[in-house]
Write a protein that binds this ligand. Structure first.
Ligand SMILES: CC1=C(CCC(=O)O)c2cc3nc(cc4[nH]c(cc5[nH]c(cc1n2)c(C)c5CCC(=O)O)c(CCC(=O)O)c4C)C(CCC(=O)O)=C3C
Ligand SMILES: [Fe+2]
Length: 375
């Protein structure tokens, strides 16, 4: 029997996130970092820049990550897990490469990575693995001996991610006026991505038809809808919808858009809706602007009462889930048996992405996978 608190072989955890601007002067360089080489029309960039300026040029994502770091450190300390937690981002300071350099200088040799994206997709998984490979290559180029990095598995169906969202939906339903509550629709929403990218998300055997990205979201939506029905005795109608589309108009992205969906609900006589942002880990700009500002204004214009339910953010149950994932993986890496906690129909996700998982349009080195130069 292995020690349940033993993090070996890991000597540190890295929280890996998207990053966001911290003031008006950061907005344009941040957007340049995000969209470098990704073919986003200038029109769209100007529009997204306005979303940030509306909030003083500050993305909420950094404070959300600081709160999660605090929650993780408290959870680890409270459970006798002595493991330092670092934070690095893809698109803004603290940059991943700087954090990994610091971790290397601090003597860390084997690092577990938690990405703030719960599902399979190029943007949510492989792109982070590419960022890790780039950072490791940079460190090697500086004459440092890069540590080994392992990315923790997808947690979309971990109870520590799903449970808080179920409670969030129940709270949002309770906030709706009583006369519309029982008929309220649940609009589960996530980031739209190109259909070509969705179709190739996850390992190849599941490619096509929206791939693992759509399948995983549908599984979470169903889990939440079922739990809400059990709790309230009401089978709220639900649908998975999408938001935050970018890219050129002629390229197909996942649909329907949340705003079009709200319009259709209104036209069909739905009395109310709860927007459930299952695709997002915290209240960042996609949630504060695209849902709380744009979609909420659209609903008001339509005369459709709506609420937006909570993301997990720094919920202590999510922090505990991260500890669980880390200790599970640590045990697996030591060759021990580990319970792999997962709700729903899909089971626990793989630890190491196979070579054909969420392929890039142009193949590039990616760390922490079967096709990694470091593997
Ligand atoms: C699947 C997915 C997630 C969810 C998983 C996860 O959480 O990682 C996510 C999260 C995020 N996306 C974010 C911001 C942006 N995403 C953009 C563009 C894009 N996102 C894409 C996908 C995703 N994105 C895609 C396919 C593009 C097109 C360009 C490309 O192929 O890369 C752009 C460019 C402008 C625009 O067109 O919107 C911005 C500014 C922020 C930070 C918010 C903040 O500051 O609070 C976060 C957390
Ligand atoms: Fe995005």
């Amino acid at each position: 029997m292995s020690d349940l608190r033993d993090p070996a072989p890991y000597d540190a955890l890295l929280l890996l996130s998207f990053g966001g601007p911290e003031g008006p002067d950061d907005v344009v360089p941040f957007l340049q970092n995000v969209t470098r080489g990704r073919g986003i029309p200038a029109e769209r960039l100007k529009e997204v820049g306005q979303h940030y300026f509306l909030f003083g040029g500050v993305s909420p994502i950094n404070d959300q990550n600081r709160a999660l770091l605090d929650a993780l450190r408290k959870d680890f300390a409270g459970h006798g897990l002595d493991l330092p937690v670092y934070w690095g981002n893809r698109n803004w300071a603290p940059y991943l490469t700087d954090t990994l350099r610091e971790m290397t200088r601090d003597g860390h040799r084997r690092i577990a990575v938690l990405a703030t994206s719960a599902y399979a997709s190029y943007s949510g998984c492989r792109q982070y693995r590419e960022n890790l490979a780039d950072a490791l290559a940079t460190l090697a180029g500086e004459g440092l001996r890069p540590p080994r990095v392992d990315k923790l598995r997808h947690y979309f169906n971990h109870p520590g991610f799903v449970r808080p969202m179920i409670e969030g939906v129940l709270a949002s339903l309770a906030e709706l006026p009583e006369e519309v509550r029982a008929g309220a629709h649940l609009a589960f929403t996530t980031h739209s991505i190109p259909t070509a990218s969705a179709d190739t998300s996850g390992p190849a055997p599941g490619h096509g038809d929206g791939g693992a990205y759509v399948r995983q979201h549908l599984d979470v939506a169903r889990l939440i809808a079922d739990a809400v029905r059990e709790e309230t005795g009401v089978a709220h109608p639900w649908r998975l919808v999408y938001q935050s589309r970018s890219g050129a108009p002629h390229i197909p992205w996942l649909e329907p858009d949340i705003c079009d969906h709200l319009r259709a609900l209104r036209a069909d006589g739905a009395p109310a809706a709860v927007m459930v942002p299952i695709g997002f880990v915290s209240d960042h700009m996609e949630v504060l602007y695209d849902l709380d500002t744009e979609a909420t204004a659209k609903a008001a214009e339509l005369g459709l009462p709506v609420r937006r339910s909570a993301t997990v953010g720094a919920d202590p149950r999510f922090a505990a889930a991260v500890r669980d994932l880390l200790l599970e993986r640590a045990a697996t890496e030591r060759g021990a048996d580990a319970e792999r906690c997962a709700l729903g129909a899909l089971g626990a996700s793989h630890d190491r992405c196979p070579a054909d998982c969420c392929p890039a349009r142009t193949p590039r080195p990616a760390a922490a996978g079967a096709d990694s130069p470091q593997a």
